[in-house]
Design a protein around this ligand. Structure first.
Ligand code: BG6
Length: 500
């Protein structure tokens, strides 16, 4: 098989450069900023997608000068990059500033505004704006937004210039009620077009590809329904455990951490109807419609598990009943998906990292290959591999060369890695999301109504677990695929979970 078996041919590429932006990061010394935000902004700068007059200003409590902050970033977060990039890194870091202060103190906002004004003095207010990235614990989000608002720092003119946008990380509440409360308080200070709620899964190339795959090809949509599809599996498996995040995770649990956002967003993209256009509202309207069509989840259709020795992890309660694994069966009550089960699962400390969506097609009606029966012919499975080996595979039935009649399954396997140039990598999802926010494109961000809808579906499960602590919590050994009890879901369809 030649290495260049797959090649892009033709195509239409559009990358839009953003207008000058000032990116204010609250939580400048945190992990997210160091691991994701600044490296992504650096890569955007390298690809000349960060406007040359854009500036970044990190905010945190510790007193540091701009130079000290740049040195800290260089040593702690940029040291892994090749030596040959030192010059480019330095040029980028010259655009990064630092402002220390107490997020609860009004003086901080006053001095920050003065600092921002001086950094922005050469910018045309009609064609520039600010992003406030809240990379801080959730309890700080509303107070920071409140104080930004009090200091007039979120104010846009009636024509929307100079723009003021706020990026928020999850959790967006911990159940329906709290999400509604958070939403109401955000809307006191911001309009929906200013709120960018991140789900980093939506920035992953292969997740973005779901829509292109479905709606830019003719051959999939006609069979994308209950007439041809038997079941769908969505897996987000991780080999890591809670690591240093036990404080957050033990209170949250896997259902809140992964289902309410990543798994439901992927489900919506796979199952939604064709949107009227590719604009943010058309797509988000379809996602909402899909979530609204999900049948209330039956408690018997949810399985929870916890990995062995989870309770020994630092920061975890000794008697914790927090789930580190969940699997569930979902039905979408609309014409397209009538009766098709969607099996969703996600867990920590599983055999390997794997995020994928597998579409199991139905068996063919009648075999014409006597004496081969229909049941001898394995149905087609289309798998969209989200990570780590981004790609698409399709199992098909084909003749095996040689004997007169010999039919077997073949796997057509496409991996993105095979078409990347040497040294080229797939961009991190934060690159896409930060650029889209600068462009004012909310397509890959979650709208408040879809968040509430997801909570409406999941809150009853959380309440049930809370009110019925006797609900089984299956303890599974680490480095396995989770509780064997969850195998009953795909087994209903005479299948097994798609483990790669
Ligand atoms: C985050 C969760 O949203 O996604 C983490 O809070 C999880 O618990 C992470 O580990 C997984 O993201 P990825 O991109 O590594 O699959």
């Amino acid at each position: 098989m030649s290495e260049n078996q797959y090649k892009w041919r033709g195509g239409f590429c559009l990358e839009v450069n953003a207008l000058p932006s000032t990116i204010v990061i609250f939580g400048a010394s945190g992990d997210l900023t160091g691991r994701k935000l600044l490296p992504s902004l650096y890569h955007l700068a390298k690809r000349q997608l960060l406007h040359e007059r854009s500036r970044i200003i990190g905010c945190a409590r510790t007193n540091m000068t701009d130079t000290e902050y740049r040195d800290y970033l260089r040593k702690k977060w940029f040291s892994g990059l090749p030596e040959s990039e030192a010059g480019e890194i330095n040029t980028f870091l010259e655009r990064v500033y630092y402002h220390a202060g107490d997020y609860n103190a009004p003086e901080f906002y006053h001095s920050l505004e003065l600092r921002l004004k001086s950094l922005e003095q050469n910018l045309n207010p009609d064609h520039s704006g600010r992003i406030y990235y809240l990379a801080v614990p959730p309890v700080l989000c509303t107070p920071v937004i409140h104080l930004l608002s009090v200091h007039g720092m979120l104010q846009e003119r009636s024509d929307g210039t100079p723009w003021r946008r706020v990026i928020l990380e999850k959790p967006f509440g911990h159940d329906y009620e709290s999400a509604l409360k958070l939403d109401r308080s955000l809307h006191k200070y911001l309009q929906e077009h200013q709120i960018y709620r991140i789900d980093h899964y939506l920035g992953k190339e292969t997740v973005q590809n779901i829509m292109i795959f479905r709606f830019a090809n003719l051959i999939f949509e006609p069979v994308w329904n209950s007439k041809y599809i038997d079941s769908v599996q969505i897996t987000v498996a991780e080999s890591v455990g809670v690591e240093h995040r036990a404080g957050y995770f033990d209170k949250s649990g896997l259902l809140r951490d992964m289902f309410q956002n990543h798994l439901f967003e992927m489900l919506a993209l796979v199952a939604m109807e064709k949107p009227a256009g590719s604009d943010a509202e058309s797509i988000r309207n379809e996602k909402l419609k899909l979530l609204k069509s999900i049948r209330p989840i039956r408690m018997d259709d949810v399985i929870r598990g916890q990995y062995e020795y989870y309770r020994n992890e630092p920061g975890v309660q000794a008697d914790s009943r927090t789930e580190t694994y969940t699997a569930m069966k979902i039905f979408v009550d609309n014409e397209r998906w009538n009766g098709v089960p969607f099996y969703l699962r996600s867990g920590k400390k599983l055999t390997k990292k794997q995020s994928s969506i597998s579409i199991y097609f139905k068996q063919i009606d009648r075999s014409v290959f006597y004496p081969v029966r229909e049941s001898d012919l394995a149905p087609n499975i289309l798998t969209l591999n989200v990570q780590p080996e981004e790609g698409i595979s399709l199992t098909i039935q084909a003749k095996q060369p040689g004997p007169k009649l010999c039919i077997g399954s073949l796997n057509m396997d496409f991996k993105y890695a095979s078409i990347l140039a040497p040294g080229e990598t797939i961009p991190d999802s934060y690159e896409r999301l930060l650029l889209d926010c600068m462009l004012g494109d909310q397509t890959l961000f979650i709208r408040s109504d879809t968040i509430l809808e997801a909570w409406k579906l999941l809150s009853p499960v959380l309440t049930h677990w809370n009110d019925h602590p006797e609900t089984p919590l299956y303890i599974y050994p680490q480095n396995t695929w989770g509780p064997v009890e969850s195998n009953r879901f795909p087994a209903e369809k005479k299948n097994v979970w798609q483990n790669q």
